[in-house]
Design a protein around this ligand. Structure first.
Ligand code: ADP
Length: 495
């Protein structure tokens, strides 16, 4: 029998990608295509749903063609996607009634204020695990129904469908036969009860969203329908939002296991098992990937500015030419010289949630040079990660044994060592850094019985473990200084 592959679709915020994964769990090939970002007004971010689909389709064709394969070589399709981004389309014409409103879009901030004024914060937190924010899909759907002429009427008549990007791709791939989403994506809509695993009537009422628009929700590894390739029917059987897919791809399958993704920002998720932990520290509670009825929860915290601070060194301060220069420059600094950078360029996220904090540099002396600033900026990624992790530990009572890492900045060995030192936890960098796409592939492969849970843990190859080396007293002193630095940035933009 000829070798078959899983086709993993990774539909991200700036590009669509397709990966071929073989039965040994190795990536054979990747195709990628960027698509247009639309900024119609300040604070608004949109994507053209047809371009999302055409760019995704393009990469599917390309990855098959460049490997001399066709759909008969594909055993199954897995999907992972940018989360929260909202599409409403007409089920008869198949056309979206408005552009996709992207997770970053802030247009529904006033609607969120309105929900807060109705004292819904506690209800939203306890039911959906989220905080009231324009980030999530719920208010974006309401905006489309309110603002697009005739949309609400059509929705009430049952002609319109809502979906996050996973649902849109499933609907396109199945030519309109399947309208599904998975638990992880549903848990980012602010409409889903993460305890009963059902759409929440109260939230639907409050936002005046017709229930019939909503997709059916399934576990991440299940039957989402078929792509009809003419001669072959290819099952779509793994679906998860990007951060949950990465948690799964990193084999964080047990309570207390966590991964941190170091990209533009940092996204940290910790598996809390079958326990829904509600945070007292501004973290989100969300559904992790589930197989069958094994429901798993996660705590999630994000840092707004991580790799973006390295971009600031390059494009703003112009003291590095490329991001990778930062490693050597940081390593050239002696430990005694302590400069701190707090990159609160857009305020601070978890656990501070201070939109009035602003960036600051502390500890400047006459001999401070660019290398110190570079080191202090890299250090800030590690300190912010510790801030989020401390909150997770406090909320969950779980201890972290190792931190699994991925994302563009983890190639920086200085940063990874400092991260291990400041957490006093080993940091594990995997051989395959495509953890998000691999998460989707694993979910599909598990459904096919190619793999099971245990295989994922066993076969995951670690490229390098960074072991904590810093003496405890140093760690303690540095972290206290960081906390002090952060406290001095609080409320700055209020005046
Ligand atoms: P995103 O998915 O958010 O676009 P990526 O995972 O592609 O981000 O990572 C890119 C980020 O990583 C950029 O912000 C960049 O500044 C940072 N980065 C890339 N290489 C390095 C490096 N060697 N050291 C530190 N940061 C880096």
């Amino acid at each position: 029998m000829k070798e078959k592959y899983i086709l993993a679709l990774d539909q991200g915020t700036t590009s669509s990608r397709s990966l071929l994964v073989d039965a040994a769990g190795h990536i054979k090939s990747i195709a990628q295509k960027e698509f247009t970002q639309l900024y119609p007004k300040p604070g608004w971010v949109e994507h053209d749903p047809e371009e999302i689909w055409s760019s995704q389709w393009h990469t599917i064709q390309e990855v098959l063609k460049s490997n001399n394969l066709d759909f008969s070589d594909i055993a199954a399709i897995g999907i992972t996607n940018q989360r929260e981004t909202t599409i409403v389309w007409d089920k008869n014409s198949g056309r979206a009634v408005y552009n996709a409103i992207v997770w970053q879009d802030k247009r529904t901030a006033p609607e969120c204020e309105n929900l807060k004024a109705q004292n819904l914060e506690t209800y939203v937190r306890e039911t959906t695990g989220l905080v009231i924010d324009s980030y999530f899909s719920a208010t974006k759907i309401k905006w489309i129904l309110d603002e697009v002429e005739g949309a609400r009427r059509s929705a009430e008549q049952g002609d319109l469908l809502f979906g996050t990007i996973d649902s849109w791709l499933i609907w396109k791939l199945t030519k309109g036969r399947s309208h599904y989403t998975d638990l992880t994506n549903a848990s980012r809509t602010m409409l889903f009860n993460i305890s009963t695993l059902e759409w929440d009537s109260e939230m639907l009422d409050v936002l005046n969203i017709p229930r019939k628009m909503l997709p059916r929700v399934k576990p991440s590894s299940s039957d989402f329908g078929f792509f009809d390739a003419g001669t072959d029917l290819i099952p779509i059987c793994g679906v998860a939002g990007d951060q949950q897919a990465a948690l799964f791809g990193q084999a964080c399958l047990e309570p207390g296991m966590a991964k941190n993704t170091y990209g533009t920002g940092c996204f940290m998720l910790m598996n809390t098992g079958n326990k829904k932990v509600l945070s007292n520290n501004g973290l989100l509670t969300t559904l992790a990937c589930s197989i069958d009825d094994r429901i798993q929860y996660a705590l999630e915290g994000s840092v707004f500015v991580a790799g973006a601070a390295v971009q600031w060194l390059r494009d703003g301060l112009k003291i590095i030419e490329k991001a990778s220069d930062s490693e050597k420059m940081a390593m050239s600094v002696k430990e005694a010289e302590e400069v701190f950078v707090v990159p609160a360029f857009v305020g601070l996220g978890a656990p501070y949630w201070d939109m009035y904090s602003r960036g600051a540099i502390f500890g400047l002396t006459r001999d401070t040079n660019g290398n110190h600033l570079v080191k202090a900026t890299l250090d800030s990624l590690a300190y912010q990660t510790r801030d989020v992790l401390e909150a997770m530990i406090e909320d969950s009572g779980l201890r972290l044994k190792t931190l699994k890492v991925d994302g563009g900045a983890v190639v920086n060995n200085y940063l990874m060592q400092f991260q291990a030192d400041i957490l006093n936890v080993p940091v594990e960098r995997p051989e395959v850094v495509e953890t998000t796409a691999m998460g989707a592939a694993y979910l599909a492969g598990i459904y096919l019985n190619w793999w099971n849970y245990g295989d994922l843990v066993e076969e995951r190859e670690v490229e390098r473990v960074f072991t904590p080396l810093m003496p405890a007293a140093n760690r303690q002193r540095l972290y206290l200084k960081w906390k002090d630095a952060v406290s001095r940035t609080r409320g700055w933009a209020k005046y």
